[in-house]
Design a protein around this ligand. Structure first.
Ligand SMILES: Nc1nc2c(ncn2[C@@H]2O[C@H](COP(=O)(O)OP(=O)(O)OP(=O)(O)O)[C@@H](O)[C@H]2O)c(=O)[nH]1
Length: 307
């Protein structure tokens, strides 16, 4: 399993930071944002359809290392499909979510899988098939056995969840993180109920970090993904009220998305979530940094080439 490791950034803190990118894919309204919200906030609320992609991070401080879980919640609406591959690029794990009350979304999840299989080698990414909305048992259109059987035939993790009733939400995130440890023996996550309790949001602890993954990089080294460094806040981060430091790569991708659809890469980007506190200068700065890290300039041609 590929993780990125960077040296600790705080003064006197030499612990490495491992970055683990997890992407949520699936049709619109299957509950991707709700699952992420439940996992991060342990709550459920109505949310608007995702625009482009929401991104947030969850940091886990451990004795020997820091784990930074990057969760990329993609938009399921078809109009965003053409740019989705930009979001799952470099992912270590993917949750393929369908709505078990809507068979069409199950079929769509199978198509997502085919796309992932074109992009990744089998041992490059952990994939889980997730049937969401178990609380709507009376409306079920996809039998649990069908989901399970398909997952088994393709060696995927499988779980049915309900973001609404909080059924197996922690479990699926944990299972995916746990599976990630079986590749390359880089990280071992174990449940630490003594520290977090069984209802802890991220009951994970690193038991042993035995060196860097094969794509481990040092900051600034060519070929590696840059560490998050630009103040920015988008999508779910914003909804959660927990502004974070956005990934320059996301600023780049969002801008590329806008350009593809005839928008501009400037601060007036029509797709940028309304009310985003960093709609202006901070986002531009993030974009500029992303471009520089890719060796480009801040013009449209460089942006498209870089992304
Ligand atoms: N009953 C029930 N409703 C759910 C559940 N999860 C999500 N929903 C509802 O399904 C609808 C869509 O949820 P979202 O989380 O926005 O779906 P999404 O997959 O992120 O949608 P896009 O952003 O368009 O891709 C909302 O009305 C949610 O309240 C669930 O587990 N049970």
């Amino acid at each position: 399993m590929a993780q990125t490791v960077v040296p600790g950034s705080s003064l006197g803190d030499n612990r490495p930071t491992y970055i683990y990118k997890m992407v949520l894919l699936g049709s619109t309204s299957v509950g991707k944002s709700s699952l992420a919200y439940r996992y991060v906030k342990n709550d459920f609320k109505e949310s608007l359809p995702t625009v482009g992609c929401s991104f947030f991070t969850q940091t886990i401080q451990l004795e020997t290392a820091t784990i930074k879980l990057e969760i990329w919640d993609t938009a399921g609406q078809e109009k965003y499909h053409s740019v989705c591959h930009l979001y799952y690029r470099g992912a270590h794990a993917a949750l393929l979510v369908y709505d078990l009350t809507n068979k069409e979304t199950f079929n769509r999840a199978k198509q997502w899988l085919m796309e992932l299989e074109k992009e990744f080698l089998p041992d490059e990414i952990v994939i889980a098939l997730v049937g969401n909305k178990t609380d709507l048992a009376d409306e079920r259109e996809v039998a649990a056995e069908d989901g399970e059987e398909f997952a088994r035939s393709r060696s995927l993790l499988f779980m049915e969840t309900s973001a609404k009733s909080n059924h197996q939400v922690n479990d699926i995130f944990m299972a995916v993180a746990g599976r990630g440890t079986s590749f390359g023996s880089v990280l071992i996550f174990v449940l630490d109920v003594t520290r977090f309790g069984t209802k802890g949001r991220i009951p994970l602890v690193l038991e042993g970090a035995r060196g860097a993954g094969r794509d481990a990089v040092e900051p600034g080294r060519a070929g590696g993904r840059p560490p998050p460094s630009i103040p920015c806040s988008v999508g779910l981060e914003q909804q959660l009220g927990t502004p974070d430091r956005a990934h320059p790569e996301q600023c780049c991708i969002a801008s590329h998305d806008a350009l593809q659809r005839g928008g501009t890469a400037g601060t007036a980007n029509p797709i940028w979530p309304k009310g985003c506190p960093v709609q202006g200068a901070a986002w531009s700065q993030g974009l500029t940094t992303a471009l520089r890290q890719r060796g480009g300039q801040g013009d449209k041609a460089s942006l498209v080439a870089a992304c």
